[in-house]
Design a protein around this ligand. Structure first.
Ligand SMILES: *Cc1c(COP(=O)(O)O)cnc(C)c1O
Length: 380
């Protein structure tokens, strides 16, 4: 990929979009093309195959179905398309993104069992098991792999097994783990997962997809059609027959995605995971040097998001911290926890351990400017 001129590099520590390579940025600069041309159909077909490969899916059993939109569109598609008439979806809910699936079910008037657990903990699997055994109308069990709002990594393999033991299919939002944390779709008991181009693969915003079981997709043909644009079977069927999306695809985003996938396979699944884990460890090291604590138990973190406990005193100002870092090329993000002063540091994209060390040099300056002496007096 020709990089004509390096683009200013920003280190994004927000929960997506992620820092991308210049080759991915430049991949979007292509001659204008009508996406109905065979040339583009071939790009789509190749990308769809690769998206199944990233999660080690058997191409005979799993297919990738892409939609134009941010990550939430694929939550919408799966929640509205996979529940048969008169049946229910059960959401194992311990964070903001599973709560979003509950809300989507409500918008479509789909009966939903909302199994709500504290956002700082893993779901209680005994409760999940009992619920699924008791309520035989539950046809779909859905949860989030890595709750990007907190950094908690959920035990999806176990939940998937419980779903299957009770005759339900298992749907997982893997939007903040796909292309980052190694996933084997069949081994993890997943029937449908979700991903979005601007997260783990470090592509551009505008394309999101599921990798799902072909025979389960085919069954949905007879389910109530609840959405026109966000219809899983309609889109799958179009891809199957014509090789294209039903409506206009995000053309340039697809070129960027193709390049991002190439870079993913070049780096390698294990090497990428190792690099990101090093970033995560560097975040913890930097925080502890500064005297800042974290909210989620390290044992249940997904190594991709750290929720930082901000000082409770009036010297702390998130916006001052944000602006100081932003002006120096680092983007941090507010917390998503009720009643606690927090902010988040995420290591999703094309970043390195050195980037994290550089960030902490800047963060320490920002805290000094706010009037702290380092390390900060620890909160009880
Ligand atoms: C980012 C993300 C989404 C989708 O958010 P969008 O803003 O629509 O891209 C969904 N689930 C998880 C776990 C995410 O991290």
């Amino acid at each position: 990929m020709d990089v004509v001129k390096p683009v200013k590099r920003n280190v994004l520590l927000n929960p997506g979009p992620a820092t991308t390579s210049d080759a991915v940025k430049y991949a979007q600069v292509v001659p204008d093309i009508c996406p109905r041309e065979q040339e583009f159909v071939e790009i789509m077909t190749g990308v769809r195959k690769d998206l199944v490969k990233v999660v080690h899916g058997d191409a005979e059993k799993y297919a990738a179905v892409i939609f134009t939109g941010s990550g939430t569109i694929i939550q919408d598609v799966l929640v509205n398309s996979l529940v048969p008439e008169g049946k229910k979806i059960c959401v194992v809910n311990n964070g903001a993104y599973s709560a979003r699936m509950v809300e989507i079910a409500e918008y479509y008037h789909i009966p939903c069992v909302n199994l709500k657990f504290p956002s700082t903990e893993l779901p209680d699997l005994a409760v999940v098991k009992k619920t699924l055994e008791k309520d035989k109308d539950i046809a779909v069990v859905a949860t989030v792999h890595h709750e990007t709002g907190t950094g908690v990594l959920n035990p999806i393999k176990e939940i998937g097994q419980m779903a299957h033991d009770n005759g339900a299919i298992f749907v997982v939002d893997t939007i903040s783990t796909y292309g980052l944390l190694p996933i084997d779709i069949a081994e993890q008991n997943i029937d449908f997962l979700m991903s979005s181009a601007q997260k783990g693969l470090a592509g551009m915003t505008g394309a999101s997809w599921t990798v799902g079981k072909i025979d389960e997709i085919k069954k949905t043909k007879d389910y109530p059609p609840r959405s026109y644009y966000c219809n899983l079977f309609m889109q799958f069927d179009f891809f199957d027959r014509v090789g294209e999306m039903h409506f206009t695809p995000p053309v340039q985003t697809m070129y960027a995605l193709r390049q991002a996938i190439k870079e993913y396979f070049e780096e390698g699944e294990q090497a990428r995971w190792k690099r990101l884990t090093k970033c995560w460890e560097a975040i913890h090291k930097g925080l502890s040097e500064m005297g800042l604590g974290t909210v989620i138990d390290k044992e249940i973190q997904g190594h991709l998001v750290v929720t930082v406990r901000a000082p409770e005193d009036e010297k702390f100002d998130f916006f001052k911290l944000h602006d100081y870092c932003f002006e120096r090329g680092f983007t941090i993000y507010p917390g998503k926890m009720f009643g606690l002063k927090t902010f988040r540091l995420c290591n999703l994209g094309l970043i390195t351990e050195q980037d994290i060390r550089d960030f902490f040099v800047v963060a320490k300056e920002a805290f000094t400017q706010m009037g702290y002496s380092l390390p900060i007096e620890t909160l009880a």
